[in-house]
Design a protein around this ligand. Structure first.
Ligand SMILES: Nc1ncnc2c1ncn2[C@@H]1O[C@H](COP(=O)(O)OP(=O)(O)O)[C@@H](O)[C@H]1O
Ligand SMILES: [Mg+2]
Length: 267
């Protein structure tokens, strides 16, 4: 059986994914701040508009206006798509209240709002971006797995292919932001390094079920007027671009703590 795939909107990334993301998948897009997660989400939605998919973008980290402005810098007209009923941009906490805002960062409210949006857009293949999903459990990281599972389970019935970003940060005492990966059918990981005083960004397809995907880390660029561009595979040894061992141990510990779930929902 052939797998129906949705283009990510980034041609080289599609090639790395044997054509794109399988329909119905939930894909975690992870990485440090400023690495390109939101930019990829914007491409994914812009492609959805071209392909005639019903598009929903939930933003928790930036305002609706910020996403529209960012998209316009790469030649994507999100304002028209909203006016033409192809895109609904759900704003969580950032903007002035209207029909498409979420007032609290609760996964129940998120899921209900997304379903309302899908009903408003109509029947058919749909794309959903949740940028970021990890924002919904910032104050209760132990709930990451349960929450992300809930979101996936409920939304699976609505013909969504989902990109959910997970912003992680490593502080001296904690590593947080992990969790979305637990339930993901795919993981696209962004990384960044400063080399010779210059910020370089990379992307790696870490997991994609049902897909003979590329395993190489690729360097990327974010270009004005264009957006995310894949420059090519990196030749560095893996050790060069892996997180330091100490940090990995901290992450491991944080993940283990997370696996011990609290006795009842803290919602
Ligand atoms: N118009 C632009 N031209 C060039 N680079 C841009 C442009 N807009 C954003 N960027 C780059 O993209 C970065 C933000 O990427 P983003 O996807 O928002 O990161 P995150 O992973 O935190 O979501 C900015 O810090 C900047 O380096
Ligand atoms: Mg972002």
């Amino acid at each position: 059986m052939t797998v129906e795939r949705l283009s990510t909107g980034v041609p080289t990334l599609d090639k790395m994914l044997a054509g794109g993301i399988p329909r119905g998948f939930s894909v975690a897009v992870t990485g440090e701040p400023g690495t390109g997660k939101t930019i990829l989400c914007i491409h994914f939605i812009a492609q959805g508009i071209v392909d005639g998919d019903k598009c929903i973008y939930v933003t928790t980290e930036e305002s609706r206006e910020s996403i529209i402005t960012q998209a316009s810098q790469f030649g994507f007209d999100f304002s028209s798509a909203i006016k033409n009923g192809k895109l609904i941009l759900i704003d969580a906490l950032m903007g002035t209240e209207d029909q498409w805002t979420i007032k609290t960062l609760s996964v129940e409210e998120l899921v209900n709002k997304v379903i309302d949006a899908k009903k408003a857009l109509g029947y058919g293949r749909a794309r959903l971006v949740i940028d970021s999903l990890s924002a919904f459990w910032l104050d209760k990281p132990a709930m990451a797995r349960r929450h992300s599972y809930f979101v996936k389970k409920v939304l699976a019935k609505w013909d969504f292919t989902i990109l959910a970003t997970s912003q992680y940060a490593i502080t001296t005492s904690e590593a947080f932001g992990w969790g979305v990966e637990h339930i993901a059918d795919g993981i696209i990981r962004f990384r960044r390094f400063v080399r010779n005083g210059v910020l370089r960004r990379y992307v790696l397809v870490e997991k994609m079920r049902q897909t003979p995907h590329n395993l190489q880390m690729h360097e990327i660029a974010i270009e004005h007027g264009k957006g995310l561009v894949i420059l090519g595979p990196v030749e560095e040894r893996r050790e060069d671009i892996a997180l330091p061992k100490k940090v990995m141990e901290r992450i491991q510990k944080a993940m283990e703590r997370r696996d011990v779930e609290p006795p009842k929902s803290s919602n």
